[in-house]
Design a protein around this ligand. Structure first.
Ligand SMILES: Cc1ncc(COP(=O)(O)O)c(C=O)c1O
Length: 379
């Protein structure tokens, strides 16, 4: 069968799941207003950091009594800071359905060695979140970036829980509605949905999380970079932009630019709409082709950011080699970069659909995916 080479290409072939595509029309010269070479403790730097915190609050709808801090080491830094400072006061329910969640399980089990119960599900599935004991602390990932499986809502999390919920929302924030009343700790990184720079993490704390911090001292030592309290009181400055150590003001400026863009497309609902439209374009393609499917088995749990796909054609004998060849073919043609499945995930593709990606680019890329599949299967 003749394989037709598509005639048009995506304007932007960047579909990586992190760092993710910059907002459309990104312009480096707009960063020139960053207070570079100035102390982050001087008034202009502090003002920028506070603006980053408060604009995050505004766009994400974070309640006024929740604290938002900019902390070191991206999402990993923020999430580990929460685990190391808050866990151990009571047993933990460690929940994972892909590799990043599994990493947090390892931390609790092998590093912190706290009393725990582990709940896992295979790639493509989700843990039954109604079966968890919420009197314990619960650690989970809202959107499993490497499986494309997400929580459909937080309805099953009880409002009167005794434990804290610690949610890694790095590939969910700015693309999904997060139920703040059900989340005590929420973390994300700028490099994900808004296409910002890595390096800094965002740590969002409910009043109950702050209460835990002020009334519980873990049995283990805490490095300076993790310390959120002094003399049993929250270090309030961290949540006003007085960062623990020196942040990159260039990254801060870049994040402010991304937040501005987010507002220009309608804020959170605009961003969700863009991610949903991207995912819908892929869903239509999947429906029209019988050789590809979502890794997520339940449509209600399908991610609208890290969309993970698997090849289902019986003629494929080595699934991993086939998927890698397709991803390489797409990258070689410069029509889709970094779309191979995550190294620990089942073979397939992972196409980032967050709001910084244009639907027209997804639509222009998909005929190339069909072309790469046909080329590979007929090789
Ligand atoms: C769910 C999840 N958690 C944590 C991380 C690690 O993020 P970072 O490298 O920003 O620390 C990632 C990165 O892709 C992720 O997807």
């Amino acid at each position: 069968m003749a394989i037709t080479t598509p005639t048009s290409r995506p304007m932007n072939p960047r579909f990586s799941s992190g760092p993710c595509a910059k907002p459309p029309a990104y312009d480096l010269t707009k960063l020139a207003i960053a207070p570079l070479g100035r102390s982050h403790r001087a008034a202009p730097g502090k003002a920028k950091l506070l603006e980053a915190i408060e604009t995050t609050r505004e766009i994400l709808g974070v309640p006024a009594d929740y604290k938002i801090g900019i902390v070191p080491a991206s999402d990993t830094g923020a999430y580990e800071m929460a685990m190391w400072t808050m866990l151990g006061e009571r047993p933990a329910e460690m929940v994972a359905w892909e590799s990043f969640g599994a990493g947090w399980v390892t931390d609790a089990v092998k590093q912190l060695k706290i009393e725990h119960t582990v709940h896992t599900a295979d790639y493509g599935q989700i843990v039954d979140m109604a079966s968890i004991n919420y009197d314990n602390d619960v650690c989970f990932t809202w959107n499993g970036t490497t499986s494309g499986v997400r929580m459909s809502s937080g309805d099953v999390i009880p409002s009167d829980r005794k434990g804290l919920t610690l949610c890694d929302a790095t590939s969910a924030a700015f693309a999904m509605d997060l139920p703040w009343d059900k989340l005590d700790v929420t973390t994300f990184s700028w490099q994900k949905v808004l296409g910002g720079e890595a390096a800094h993490g965002m740590l969002i704390l409910s009043p109950r999380a702050v209460e835990r911090l002020e009334n519980y001292t873990p049995a283990w030592p805490l490095p300076k970079i993790f310390r959120l309290t002094k003399g049993g009181k929250l270090i309030e400055g961290i949540f006003k932009g007085e960062t623990i150590n020196t942040p990159s003001m260039l990254c801060v400026e870049d994040y402010l630019l991304a937040l501005d863009w987010a507002k220009s497309v309608g804020g959170l609902q605009g961003l969700i709409g863009r991610a949903d439209a991207n995912t819908a374009a892929i869903a239509k393609f999947v429906q029209d082709h019988d050789w590809i499917d979502f890794l997520a088995t339940d449509p209600a749990t399908r991610s609208n950011t890290s969309v993970c796909l698997k090849f289902t054609d019986d003629r494929i004998t080595d699934g991993a080699a086939f998927a890698k060849a397709v991803a390489k073919h797409l990258a070689d043609e410069d029509v889709a970069l970094d779309v191979g499945a995550y190294r620990d995930a089942p073979p397939g593709l992972r196409i980032w659909c967050g709001g910084t990606v244009e639907t027209s680019d997804i639509e222009a890329m998909l005929p190339w995916l069909a072309w790469a599949f046909e080329t590979g299967i007929n090789a």
